[in-house]
Design a protein around this ligand. Structure first.
Ligand code: FEO
Length: 401
């Protein structure tokens, strides 16, 4: 995609990674690719905000040169040092060694360590703190540290003259598009991708998100455009994405249940479907997933806005099926605990799966919805009726809480 002027004198000089299908190693599915957004401000001082992922470094340089020709970059703002944004740092610095770099203290430490093999002690690295400002001529930059949103080095950059917020990962989505702005894309799809990003990356930091939003409000920053480092730029939907972040960060959930299970010989699957029937009888929104056949990040996104999670497993070796372990671990590490849970499953001569599910979900901070349901071998019609009745009870609990 070619350079695009997003505001007068401010250009998108990022890269679109159309074929990326997993991010953070193999831990985050990116069905629609992603972008590494970077912005070039042409003023009395030429300023680059953020780099791109390493394989796109030369492409970024080409875009910069297309705009400024033989002029140099004066300032290089590093909002975040994760490699998808700092990968092009050494390439940029080798081309523009006189550029003054501005970043947080943690970012400086991280850059030195990441790039120790290429490091040049002549590079001019400057530490900034919240409230620090830089004058560019017509425009100015103000910085706001945002530690753990989502790394210790993260910060936001704000340009008050044009009401533009450059928050790096925050408000982003893993989405490749040849349309740069929200109003040129399907807003529902954008919010769904932003929700997936939030659930799988930012969910553990909900309190920090709320504090940061409150801080921005207190600062009186007027924002009519948010240009994150992934996905599209918000200009029509600024209020919508901020409201969505408020809602997600407050842990708002719907009267909805997610049934996630795995099964060896369909007995646990029969229980899962009977529970679904009971929830459906009471009109509760419910989704059913066999875990190993389901994308884990999509499942986490479903669970993020569900009030109840019903987890089922056959017992093997006195424990859960190992296919369920990553999901249970993620529920703990992503702090998705403020929910109700129900454990179920089938066992042969000895149980164990239910105990592990209960232990893990209690560790996640979830509260049990009554006594777990365990059946031996194949569920009888009576046991399936019992599961259906349990589904109805769970539905009522969901409505009552
Ligand atoms: Fe998009 Fe935290 O890097």
């Amino acid at each position: 995609m070619s350079v695009t002027e997003i505001k007068k004198g401010i250009y998108w000089v990022g890269a679109v990674d159309w074929n990326l299908r997993s991010f953070h190693g193999e831990t985050f599915s990116t069905h629609k690719g992603t972008t590494y957004n970077s912005y070039l401000i042409v003023d009395d001082q030429v300023t680059l905000v953020d780099g791109v992922y390493t394989p796109f470094a030369e492409e970024q340089i080409k875009k910069i040169v297309e705009i400024i020709g033989g002029r140099a970059i004066d300032y290089f703002i590093v909002n975040h040092i994760e490699i998808d944004h700092s990968g092009s740092f050494p390439t940029i610095m080798n081309k523009y060694p006189q550029a003054k770099v501005y970043c947080t203290r943690n970012a400086k430490l991280g850059l030195e360590k990441y790039f120790h093999e290429q490091w040049d002690n002549e590079w001019d690295i400057n530490i900034v703190k919240s409230g620090d400002r830089i004058n560019l001529g017509r425009l100015s930059l103000e910085f706001l540290e945002a530690p753990m949103l989502h790394w210790p080095d993260s910060m936001f950059t704000y340009i008050k003259e044009v009401k533009l917020l450059l928050p790096n990962d925050a408000f982003g989505q893993h989405l490749a598009s040849n349309k740069l702005f929200d109003d040129e894309n399907d807003i529902k799809m954008l919010l769904a991708e932003a929700a997936k990003y939030y659930a799988n990356i930012l969910n553990p930091f909900g309190k920090l998100v709320l504090n940061k939003l409150a801080e921005i409000q207190k600062l009186g920053w007027e924002i009519d455009m948010i240009a994150p480092s992934h996905g599209i730029i918000w200009r029509q939907g600024v209020g919508e994405i901020i409201a969505a972040y408020q809602k997600w960060a407050q842990g708002e959930v719907k009267n909805k249940a997610v049934i996630a299970y795995d099964t060896m010989w369909e007995s646990t699957a029969m229980l899962a479907h009977a529970l679904l029937d009971g929830l459906t009888d009471e009109g509760i929104e419910a989704r059913l997933y066999q875990v190993p056949k389901t994308d884990e990040n999509d499942l986490i996104t479903e669970i993020r806005d569900a009030k109840a999670v019903l987890i089922g497993s056959s017992t093997i070796h006195n424990d859960i099926l190992p296919t369920l372990s990553p999901l249970l671990d993620e529920l703990v590490s992503l702090k998705l605990g403020d929910r109700l849970f129900f454990a179920f499953g089938s066992q042969g001569w000895a149980g164990g799966a239910i105990k592990t599910i209960e232990k893990k979900l209690t560790e996640a901070g979830m509260k049990p919805l009554g006594e777990s349901l365990s059946v031996k071998w194949r569920p009888t019609p009576e046991e399936l009726d019992q599961a259906r009745e349990m589904g109805r009870k769970i539905a009522k609990e969901i409505l009552n809480q």
